[in-house]
Design a binder for this molecule. Structure first.
Ligand code: GCO
Ligand code: MN
Ligand code: MN
Length: 389
């Protein structure tokens, strides 16, 4: 039981298993990765049961590589993936590490930086497509500000929109079978990042020239940093038909971006997330965008990868138990029951029905006194998660 297999569609960012554990106060604690390591890691991830690896352009190809070097690296890595039986379902552009992006990429006030960002993104999309990616993620880590003195927020959002309209047109023009997924984050590395939540991204996507090409890539840690309920953000994306990808990890609220192993911090919220994804038939990749603790060596990193997938599968089994638990389902059915037979009033609007509803008399005091039994339902959920149910 709980053995990850390729059909579970678990994927890892190249930057996650290869994360060397550098932080703002400390040097790397694990070796910096090279191409040999990534080729060997593909075999290791396949052995652990993963489905694929996702990457930024510069996780694989140095930023100053020539076109010939880039093709040679991509060919060698594609062969290592094929030998391991893994694929690259998602790719993305690093628009945040190089100093050129210190005040943004697509939203930089400097026209040459914006043009360079478009060039880099087009080349990144080409590389992603070459490796087979069907989703292209955009996380605008530097698209924000510390002060608004030098960067008008309305102009910035217009520039952001222009960039996505341009890149969607580019991908179509090339005939690429790839869709975009925008990833929100409230802060870090910028003091304030534009479009800081998944909800903000969804509103922005509707303003693009062709919104059909663009969805979201919500991340557990990012909504949690903002103090928001992650399953609710995911639900809104699902409702809009925009959950194109997801970044799974964990995070304590009110902290720096921790990127913990999936389920490491908030088990109950992780459970309701898995429940949402499984009950609603999410068919996309389950991507872990997390890091091993800085205390770990490279063996500890494989424990971390195994742990992410295993916790997901354990929670998936808990979801099945929850859905099959007669007492739990009975409590939920009671909550939903139409005890006062008012369903007719809740049908889509019609004049006569609205007139009848306006004339209806409700016993709101009795309704207000009615208990919901959520204490019991929540306790049963906790007991189920603790393994005594
Ligand atoms: C972060 C982000 C990134 C992105 C990645 C892919 O907080 O650093 O989550 O890990 O997901 O750049 O776009
Ligand atoms: Mn993150
Ligand atoms: Mn992420």
């Amino acid at each position: 039981m709980y053995v990850p297999r390729p059909e579970h569609h678990f994927t890892f960012g190249m930057w996650t298993y290869a994360n060397a554990g550098r932080d703002p106060f400390g040097d790397p604690v694990r070796p910096l990765p090279d191409l040999d390591f990534h080729c060997a890691a593909a075999a290791k991830l396949a052995e652990l049961g993963a489905y694929g690896v996702n990457l930024h352009d510069n996780d694989l190809v140095p930023i100053d590589a020539t076109a010939a070097e880039r093709d040679a690296i991509a060919r060698r890595y594609a062969q290592a993936l094929a030998d391991a039986g893994l694929c690259v379902p998602m790719a993305t552009t690093n628009l945040f590490s190089h100093p050129v992006f210190k005040d943004g990429a697509f939203t930089s006030p400097v026209p040459s930086v914006r043009a360079y960002a478009l060039q880099k993104a087009m080349l990144g999309i080409d590389l992603g497509v070459q490796l087979g990616a069907k989703i292209y993620v955009f996380w605008g880590g530097r698209e924000g500000s510390e002060v608004d003195a030098g960067k008008d927020p309305v102009d910035s959002i217009k520039r952001y929109r222009d960039a996505f309209n341009y890149l969607i047109a580019y991908a179509k023009d090339q005939g690429y079978d790839i869709k975009f997924a925008l990833e929100a984050k409230p802060n870090e590395p910028r003091g304030h990042i534009f479009l800081p939540t998944t909800g903000a991204m969804l509103g922005f996507i509707a303003t693009l020239d062709d919104p059909t090409q663009c969805g979201v890539n919500p991340e557990v840690a990012h909504e949690t940093m903002a103090g928001l309920n992650f399953p609710h953000a995911v639900a809104q994306a699902m409702d809009a038909g925009k959950l194109f990808h997801i970044d799974l990890n964990d995070q304590e609220p009110g902290r720096y971006d921790q990127d913990f192993r999936f389920g490491a911090a908030n088990l109950k919220s992780s459970f309701f997330l898995v429940k949402l994804l499984e009950d609603r038939g999410y068919a996309g990749m389950k991507h872990f965008d997390a890091h091993a603790y800085r205390t770990e060596d490279r063996d500890g990193v494989w424990d971390f990868c195994r742990g992410c997938m295993r916790t997901y599968l354990i929670l998936q089994e808990k979801v099945a138990r929850f859905n099959a638990d007669a007492e739990i389902q009975g409590l939920i059915a009671d909550l939903l029951a139409d005890r006062d037979q008012v369903a007719g009033y809740l049908a889509p609007y019609s004049g006569p029905q609205a007139a009848a509803l306006k004339a209806h008399s409700f016993d709101i005091d009795a309704l207000g006194r009615r208990g919901s039994r959520l204490e019991l339902l929540d306790q049963l959920t906790v007991e189920l998660l603790l393994g005594v149910r």
